[in-house]
Design a protein. Structure first.
Length: 464
């Protein structure tokens, strides 16, 4: 059996590095990190204790301690058994907290590993990936078709990282350099917080008291499902498959010309493939929020991931001029009840008309993303391999006939249905992540001990 001291130390190791390191001074703890850890903090001259705690915070505690903690400073629940009014004013995240969080949601974390082998293409390797850089969350086949937007008291912003290359290479990360590289990519879209009225048309009624409140940072991942669908069609063709129009019960005209490339006699249903693409993008944007939700625990912030906002209101397709959202372009088709959101011109454009003249141009853009400058299959793009140019240059080619095959299917979809994709949104938002300063007094009043973590209880002192 362990004696009391050993049990206490084991518990500290599992439930919080701060417990084990509590006897060390702040400078000593920072030095431990900067000399022995993978995260270097040397670039910070004024080092908040909260940052050291966050870097030390155990993953197992973040997973076990993750909860939706919705009561922010400045909040009020006016009635019911959990009624409470905060005695604090709303408080924004510190600049460093916000940047650590945003970089955790969608930051570049190094080079993406290419698919190593497919016996049907040996000695070539699969050409699935859309990006050369990896991020804090996974993406099906490495497509990486989503980006994030966010809003706070000072405005609304776009943070593009899907085609970002690593800041540094090697086993260690200079945290300040990493964070500042992401800060430099932020594009400010507006000086105002995103306007989402607290009404049933724009958000679920159980969120009206707590969502997008003053002081909070609301992170909004948005997926380019149109591009994901183009990449999916390319994936199918590389693996000898194609689609048919199961909605109208007919094959796609012209596909018989590509019988040497794809199995035209056993195609996949269009609706199934599109549902698959939408599901994959949903996983991508959800896991990006989950990465941020774990970071909330390490930073000692309140918040939660949720889908209780009207995506049309968020994107700008609610039909209410007073609720412009992010300003995305949308259109409607006669007889169809819902708007079709296609992209934010000049910022985040879906791979479909009207942002591309036709689907041929959209397909060519996807191929250029893969094989062009900075792409995952361009031999000049750096990477993680000892012989990176050789590995990147070994990808299966997408020649003119391959592109024509993919374009034939994409063109048919757009011409037949007046949109691309045919049955799922070209641009999609579902999951959101909110971060705010937690009012622990609410939890002390209404919850038994253990409703929040030590990082929450120590937050104000650690980030002062």
């Amino acid at each position: 059996m362990f004696d009391t001291t050993r049990r206490r130390m084991m518990g500290g190791a599992l439930l919080g590095a701060g417990t084990v390191l509590g006897g060390l001074g702040l400078a000593a703890r920072a030095q431990t990190l900067t000399t022995k850890g993978r995260i270097l903090l040397d670039g910070y001259t004024d080092l908040p204790r909260g940052l050291i705690e966050a870097v030390n915070f155990p993953l197992i505690e973040a997973i076990h301690g993750r909860r939706s903690r919705r009561f922010a400073k400045g909040a009020t629940i006016p009635d019911g058994p959990l009624a409470f009014t905060s005695r604090h004013d709303p408080a924004p995240l510190t600049d460093l907290e916000q940047m650590i969080l945003l970089s955790s949601v969608a930051g570049n974390t190094g080079w993406l590993n290419l698919f190593a082998f497919n016996r049907n293409y040996a000695p070539k390797i699969p050409n699935y990936q859309g990006a050369a850089g990896g991020r804090t969350f996974p993406s099906s086949a490495g497509f990486h078709t989503s980006e994030i937007f966010f809003t706070d008291d000072n405005g609304t912003y776009f943070l593009p990282t899907r085609d970002m290359h690593p800041v540094t290479q090697g086993p260690e990360t200079d945290l300040k350099a990493w964070v500042e590289a992401h800060r430099a990519r932020i594009v400010k879209l507006s000086d105002q917080r995103l306007n989402l009225p607290r009404e049933a048309a724009h958000m679920e009624m159980h969120n009206t008291w707590c969502a997008n409140v003053p002081g909070s940072t609301l992170v909004i991942p948005v997926a380019d499902v149109a591009q994901h669908m183009v990449l999916t069609l390319a994936y199918l063709v590389q693996n000898g498959a194609c689609i048919y129009d199961d909605i109208n019960g007919r094959p796609i005209p012209g596909m018989e010309r590509f019988a040497d490339l794809v199995a035209v006699d056993t195609p996949y249903p269009l609706s199934f493939v599109e549902q698959f693409a939408l599901t994959e993008t949903t996983v991508e944007i959800a896991t990006s929020c989950y990465a941020g939700a774990l970071m909330l625990q390490a930073l000692g912030l309140g918040g939660w991931m949720y889908d209780g906002l009207n995506a049309f209101s968020v994107l700008g397709a609610s039909g209410d001029p007073a609720v412009p959202g992010l300003g995305f372009h949308s259109f409607t088709i006669e007889g169809k009840p819902l708007p079709i959101v296609t992209g934010l011109p000049g910022v985040f454009e879906g791979h479909c008309p009207p942002h591309f003249p036709d689907m041929a141009a959209a397909v060519e853009a996807v191929v250029a993303r893969k094989f062009g400058t900075g792409g995952p299959f361009n031999p000049a793009t750096p990477g993680p391999y000892k012989e990176t140019p050789t590995v990147r240059g070994a990808a299966a080619a997408m020649d003119a006939r391959f592109v024509e095959c993919v374009t034939t299917m994409a063109d048919y979809i757009h011409a037949t249905f007046g949109r691309f994709p045919a049955t799922v949104p070209p641009i999609f938002a579902l999951m959101y992540l909110q971060a705010h300063q937690l009012d622990t007094e609410f939890y002390d009043r209404h919850f038994a001990p253990g409703a929040y973590l030590r990082t929450h209880s120590e937050h104000d002192r650690n980030w002062a």
